[in-house]
Design a protein around this ligand. Structure first.
Ligand code: ATP
Length: 504
């Protein structure tokens, strides 16, 4: 784990040094849990958004897009339940004055037990060698079983306490488990209080209660309230979906882990409207489809897993997370939820407007059921950054840091590099650059020795370097260097675009 922590620190430093992600308002010492995307980060983020949009909207004839406003009528958040129940349980340590999420303290405690299980497995694997059967071991070893039981009991009691708003019992659990504050090491805790995560502000020039509006904590409600507008104007028939990407805001109690948990972040959500009774089929469809999307990026499958929710929100009848193995362990990257007709029914009740769909095949009207897919764009950026970051020792003993992004997501696709800054090479390079930059993000670089320029491109993850040398001037060929293998091929200038397109 220490190794992973070290690695995570290096990643954050690299992201800053190479213009991916800066702390917000840095010259004023920053603003907690808010970040800015630099020149390479914004390209990465745009590429992920586009890749998502293409697969959800362009490739699904029955999914259309939307871009709803961040500000919405305040009653929307009453109807959705956010005003009354979008809370996190917070607890303070009286000695360190540090604030924590009570559920996170307990989950971290369970993660430590999980580590112990992993250690047992490692030890046993060493002991038994090739004949080791992991599955058999974890289902029969008494110590592992005891650990698992402990985790299960703990989470069950926590979830029950939270669901019943029995915060005293959640605190009692923290005390019984002897959880200490990581800062002060003490067990001197305050009571647990609920804390609403929505940011509010005033609209108009009057500061009265009636003018209080919220910064949306999710993009989904913009889709629900536009459901009939979109359905009627696009003449969509159920089943159909509406997708949108955009900023969301949550006043997270504990901001940490870089862009994993931010106060201002971006979501990519899709609400799929279906006939009541068919939602489980669609839930399975989107579960599979979304997992395939993640795997299509070429990251090893074992980096992803499903985590089905045992405890469901009162409006959901199925829910799962797609978790990614970040440098701090498996954590939620995307949620897939079957939300029944909860949201539309609530809006029908609170607005007094019918939120029903007339189904011509059944010849009846009903409030559709909804299956949603909700993924964090920033978390996906973090997943890509952590997967991409590699330190390699080369044959000559030197090292390189290379960002092995899936080429389709790489901020720049091509670097155009004249070998030297004379003999007509820069001019030729410019010519080549001009033919490519309409189709690909290209970067021109003529400063420093070629080796150093390759390293710079490796560090930002550019998959292809095109080098112009003396031979180019004679026979119109260039070398193309591949980022991951560092292999170099000689190809005709006329072939560059095709070769790159094939590799993307
Ligand atoms: P968590 O349990 O981690 O707080 P959540 O279950 O509240 O997440 P959802 O409300 O399901 O998250 O939001 C959908 C997605 O939005 C999440 O899977 C995550 O990728 C992203 N997301 C949620 N909160 C944040 C945040 N504070 N910073 C960055 N991304 C976030």
């Amino acid at each position: 784990m220490a190794n992973h922590e070290e690695q995570f620190k290096k990643l954050i430093a690299h992201a800053k040094e190479y213009g991916f992600i800066f702390p917000s308002s840095e010259i004023y010492d920053g603003l907690a849990a808010v970040y800015d995307y630099g020149q390479y980060g914004v390209e990465l983020k745009n590429n992920i958004r586009q890749y998502w949009w293409k697969s959800m909207v362009q490739m699904h004839e029955n999914v259309v897009g939307l871009d709803s406003a961040i500000f919405m009528h305040p009653t929307i958040w009453k109807a959705s339940g956010h005003v009354d129940a979008f809370n996190d349980p917070m607890i303070d340590n009286k000695d360190s004055k540090k604030r924590y999420r009570a559920d996170v303290l307990i989950e971290d405690y369970c993660a430590k037990i999980e580590d112990k299980i992993n250690k047992e497995v490692e030890k046993a694997a060493k002991r038994f060698g090739d004949s080791f059967d992991k599955n058999q071991f974890v289902t029969t070893n008494p110590r592992v079983l005891e650990y698992q039981q402990k985790i299960e009991n703990t989470l069950h009691r926590m979830n029950k306490g939270l669901a019943e708003n029995n915060l005293a019992d959640v605190k009692a659990l923290i005390e019984e488990l002897e959880i200490v504050c990581p800062m002060s090491g003490s067990r001197n805790w305050t009571d647990i209080r609920q804390f609403n995560l929505m940011f509010s502000t005033q609209i108009g020039s009057l500061s009265e209660e009636a003018n209080t509006i919220y910064l949306r904590p999710e993009t989904a409600q913009g889709i629900f309230v536009n459901f009939l507008n979109v359905q009627k104007t696009s003449r969509m028939k159920i089943p159909f979906g509406i997708a949108q990407t955009g900023k969301a805001f949550r006043n997270e109690i504990v901001a940490r882990q870089f862009i994993f948990r931010m106060r201002e972040f971006e979501q990519m959500e899709m609400q799929f409207f279906v006939r009541p009774g068919t939602e489980m089929e669609w839930f399975e469809y989107w579960k599979t489809s979304r997992m395939e999307w993640h795997k299509s990026l070429g990251i090893p499958a074992e980096k992803y897993r499903f985590h089905d929710h045992e405890k469901l929100a009162h409006y959901a009848n199925a829910a799962t997370d797609i978790e990614f193995e970040f440098l701090f362990g498996f954590k939620e990257l995307e949620g897939i939820h079957s939300r029944t007709d909860f949201d539309l029914a609530q809006h029908q009740e609170f607005s007094g407007k019918k939120m029903q769909y007339f189904d011509p095949e059944l010849n009846e009207s009903y409030i559709p059921y909804v299956v949603e897919t909700s993924i964090g764009l920033d978390r996906t950026c973090l997943a890509m950054l952590s997967h991409a970051y590699n330190e390699e020792v080369l044959e000559d003993g030197s090292t390189r840091v290379v960002m092995k992004f899936p080429p389709v997501l790489a901020p720049y696709k091509i670097a155009v590099l004249p070998l030297v800054k004379k003999d007509g090479m820069p001019e030729k390079a410019r010519e080549i650059m001009d033919t490519l930059k309409g189709d690909f993000m290209c970067q021109y670089d003529e400063k420093d020795a070629i080796g150093r320029r390759y390293r710079r491109q490796d560090a930002i993850g550019t998959p292809f370097c095109i080098t112009i040398d003396t031979q180019t001037l004679g026979d119109n060929t260039v070398t193309i260097r591949y980022r991951d293998t560092m292999q170099q091929d000689r190809i005709a200038i006329a072939e560059i675009a095709n070769v790159i397109r094939e590799n993307l």
